[in-house]
Design a protein around this ligand. Structure first.
Ligand code: AVJ
Length: 315
């Protein structure tokens, strides 16, 4: 399908390529092929994030339920960007076994993802109360401000890491505005660690992450009548231990012109396109983020190696 010049995807891609330095928004990685590639990334030996967060849930499911249900009879468990629910199911299963009163509300922009998840849950946990919401995250939350139950928002997988500091602040402030006092945010942070471990997660030996980045060029070619030749770009991730930012770039190996929709973009040899950031955090950064957005940190769960942290925030 060729989209029109006025689709949000077209606007964001054209604007990004006009900027200096050039950039492409990583949120567009996730088309059908991109979803599949991210599933593959999560299974890579080098990609420790998913496995680590899963193990945190396995080891702390009792403590996590205690944090969520503390002082209330019933809660809404709202997940931003639920995906296939692989990690969340550990919690859902445990909460059910413990007889907790809650409704699971996965939110996603993609109705497709939600339908697949709902079917799987019906099969695996027939007694679970599931209320999927196909909506913008904040619009879905606004409806829940009238709920008598505590809202507990899950924002897992270090998805916050794709935001710049300013974007994360804005997002968390808006989230805080959409909650009631006493509501909780359960948020996953990938922590600063040995830079070699971090870099390997974004520069895997099988080249799946490279494919994940290159796929956006293919998507632009298919959907926006683009003419990127991926053999003329290198995938280059870097990690800055000072700032905790992993950045990934596609670097043009030669001087070239690439047309997209009806515009032409010039690349100098070795000019880079900024593709994605994956922010790594330390304790002071997390405390700052919580304070700036009006939350109080009331708990946290980590793994033995302190690779990842699931932090519990209260409005
Ligand atoms: C989905 C944002 C958590 O940044 O680690 C994985 C996406 N990018 N490999 C991450 C991603 C390259 C991932 N998040």
């Amino acid at each position: 399908m060729i989209e029109t010049k006025t689709s949000q995807f077209a606007i964001d891609v054209l604007n990004g390529l006009k900027e200096t330095p050039k950039r492409l928004p990583s949120k567009y990685f996730y088309d059908k092929k991109g979803d599949k590639l991210f599933q593959d990334i999560m299974k890579l030996d080098e990609y420790y994030l998913t496995r680590t967060e899963y193990s945190i849930f396995e080891s702390n499911k009792q403590g996590i339920l205690a944090a969520f249900s503390n002082g209330v009879n019933e809660f809404n468990l709202i997940e931003f960007g639920a995906g296939d629910g692989y990690k969340t199911k550990v919690l859902l299963r445990h909460f059910q076994e413990e007889g907790a009163h809650f409704t699971y509300m996965p939110i996603d922009i993609s109705g497709n993802v939600l339908r697949i998840l709902e079917e799987a849950l019906k099969d695996e946990m027939p007694d679970l109360h599931v209320q999927p919401k196909q909506n913008d995250y904040f619009k879905a939350l606004k409806d829940l401000q009238d709920s008598p139950n505590r809202n507990v928002v899950l924002f897992l997988g270090s998805n916050i890491g794709n935001f710049t500091g300013d974007q994360a602040n804005k997002f968390l402030k808006e989230l805080n505005d959409s909650l009631n006092p006493g509501d909780l945010l359960f948020i996953g942070f990938d922590l600063k660690k040995n830079p070699d471990v971090i870099l390997a997660a974004y520069n895997d030996s099988k080249g799946v992450t490279k494919e994940f980045n290159m796929n956006l060029l293919d998507r632009i070619n298919h959907e926006l009548d683009g003419h990127f030749d991926r053999s003329k770009f290198l995938h280059k991730p870097i990690y800055n231990p000072m700032t905790g930012t992993t950045s990934s770039f596609l670097v043009s190996t030669e001087k070239q012109s690439v047309s997209v929709v009806d515009e032409t973009f010039h690349f100098e040899a070795w000019e880079a396109i900024h593709m994605e950031i994956s922010q790594k955090y330390d304790q002071p950064m997390i405390e700052q983020l919580a304070a700036d957005s009006g939350f109080e940190i009331v708990g946290g769960f980590t793994d033995d190696k302190k690779y990842f942290l699931n932090s519990v925030w209260r409005k």
